[in-house]
Design a protein around this ligand. Structure first.
Ligand SMILES: Cc1cc2nc3c(=O)[nH]c(=O)nc-3n(C[C@H](O)[C@H](O)[C@H](O)COP(=O)(O)OP(=O)(O)OC[C@H]3O[C@@H](n4cnc5c(N)ncnc54)[C@H](O)[C@@H]3O)c2cc1C
Length: 480
């Protein structure tokens, strides 16, 4: 949607948005699980030039979806969209310098430029648990919440205690008869400043000068936290102080709500702050302390027809099992990418990225002319708003398209291999200094969950902006 708006603003209207869902809106249209909300204040998790009178600091899914719909209406995006169109294959036709686009419905399109905004966290990850098929109750992934199944008064098991699990548990705890959380590794869970805005404040917060100032302050507050995530020479003391402050804060938060010694110890991470996405929440720990909520930390042995058997021998009867087990990011390229991409000489991006997820600036890839990716490898945010990274990428892409269109002799641009190699080497070097690359924990942002970091950016947003703010045609081979 952001790319479409930027194209419109450049008076480029000859494009089509292909969406596999029945509606536009992406993440916040698809993820409707109870408690779903953003973990970054909306003053930053919003498009910088499209204000909206959000009702609270961390907006729930319903409000984010309303924001998406506001954008769709404002820019009349449905006019240029085709929904229920699942792209299956992109093939670069060298003789015509065109991309041939295939879809599951059989419709075909030709495009000079491709902007791939198919998302990173688009495909739910469901672990292969012994006996899962035998379960007689309802079971579904958080990302595909089955609203036809009522959870009120039911015995519900939530598998997974990452960002979505930590949102679902407090949202449903009071309505279910019994809730069991099957907790994985400890997470960093920190209290946050969240509040509702009055009608006047909502209006004032959308006024140009004030809105920009608030956004800047929140931007700085979040980006400065990057110091804790990457080792910078000369300021390691600041990083250590930040980490020890957050460790104390987490301990205090745990001491206040988790009375069970074993659980409290389990919930204190034995890895550095930020190795897994920090969960900002005020209601998750209090929910765990509720009388009808149990937490299993022994692990799942298997799923049975009537519930879940744990490794410490308990049999927990359940009516509903919810997989809050996340998504395939670039941990598993086969599952994360939703269509095949064939570039120059029949090269296949999917198999190349399964081997090594390389790109130029996380946006273009040598060998794939006029193909642009938003949220490509190593452009994920581990500490701030993903929208900031996406805005930078879409601005870069629309600059690139304008430059190619302006010079009539150029048919396509292809990232220079030597520049891409240099960029990849530089990213890897920076990544070595981050908490993610050196962590012993498994995470969705690593190749095969434990190897090279393929999703997250080793740069703070500020660095990301300045290294991509200006598109240079000279970085590309010009195909004429
Ligand atoms: C539950 C959840 C919570 C999140 N919370 C936060 C947060 O708090 N803060 C943050 O910074 N980030 C968060 N994110 C990350 C979030 O994905 C990004 O912030 C942002 O929404 C990504 O936008 P996108 O347009 O790249 O992808 P998406 O929003 O995922 O949109 C991709 C779209 O492409 C469509 N699509 C995919 N494949 C095809 C295909 N083959 N053919 C046609 N259409 C296709 C999908 O249906 C989808 O509509 C969250 C992600 C999830 C899943």
């Amino acid at each position: 949607m952001l790319a479409a708006i930027r194209l419109q603003q450049q008076h480029c209207h000859d494009f089509i948005l292909l969406e596999r869902s029945a509606e536009l809106g992406g993440t916040w249209q698809i993820n409707t699980y109870p408690g779903a909300e953003v973990d970054i204040p909306t003053s930053l998790y919003s498009i910088s030039f499209i204000p909206y009178p959000f009702k609270k600091t961390f907006a729930p899914q319903s409000e984010l979806l309303a924001y998406m719909n506001h954008i769709i209406e404002k820019f009349d995006l449905r006019k240029q969209a085709k929904t229920n169109q699942t792209v299956t294959k992109l093939t670069y036709d060298e003789s015509e310098s065109l991309w041939r686009v295939e879809t599951a419905s059989g419709e075909r399109y030709n495009a000079r430029f491709i902007i791939d905004t198919s998302g990173v966290l688009a495909n739910p990850h469901i672990p292969d648990i012994k006996g899962a098929k035998t379960f007689k109750g309802a079971k579904f992934h958080a990302g595909h919440w089955d609203h036809s199944v009522s959870y009120e008064g039911k015995r519900v098991g939530v598998i997974g205690s990452g960002c979505s699990g930590a949102q679902i548990v407090p949202a449903i705890a009071d309505k279910v008869s019994r809730l069991t959380l099957f907790m994985g590794k400890a997470q960093w869970v920190l209290p946050r400043s969240d509040r509702h805005y009055s009608a006047i404040e909502r209006f004032v917060r959308t006024l140009p000068g004030i809105r920009h100032l608030i956004r800047l302050l929140v931007f700085i507050f979040y980006d400065i936290r990057f110091i804790a995530f990457r080792r910078y020479p000369g300021i390691s003391i600041i990083s250590r102080l930040m980490k020890s402050y957050y460790r104390r804060r987490q301990q205090k938060h745990l001491d206040k709500y988790i009375k069970d010694d074993k659980l409290r110890q389990h919930m204190m991470p034995d890895y550095e702050l930020g190795c897994r996405r920090v969960i900002p929440s005020n209601n998750y720990l209090p929910a765990l302390a509720k009388e009808n909520v149990d937490v299993d930390i022994s692990g799942i042995e298997c799923i049975t027809p009537t519930g879940i058997k744990t490794k410490d021998g308990k049999e927990i009867p359940l009516d509903i099992i919810v997989y809050a087990t996340g998504y395939y990011a670039y941990s598993n390229m086969k599952k994360a990418l939703t269509f095949q991409v064939y570039g120059l000489g029949g090269r296949n991006l999917n198999s190349e990225w399964e081997n090594e997820a390389v790109s130029y600036k996380g946006i273009t890839v040598a060998g794939y002319p006029n193909y642009f990716k938003v949220n490509g490898p190593n452009t994920g945010s581990g500490h701030s708003s993903q929208i900031s990274y996406m805005q930078v990428a879409t601005d870069y892409i629309t600059q690139a398209i304008a430059a190619v269109k302006q010079d009539k002799s150029i048919k396509a641009i292809d990232a220079k291999q030597e520049l891409q190699d240099r960029y990849v080497a530089e990213m890897r070097q920076k990544m070595q200094k981050t908490v993610w690359q050196n962590a012993t924990v498994t995470a969705f942002y690593r190749k095969n969950m434990s190897e090279e970091v393929t999703s997250l950016s080793p740069e703070p947003v500020t660095g990301f902006i300045f290294s991509r703010k200006w598109f240079h045609l000279s970085d590309y081979n010009l195909l004429k």
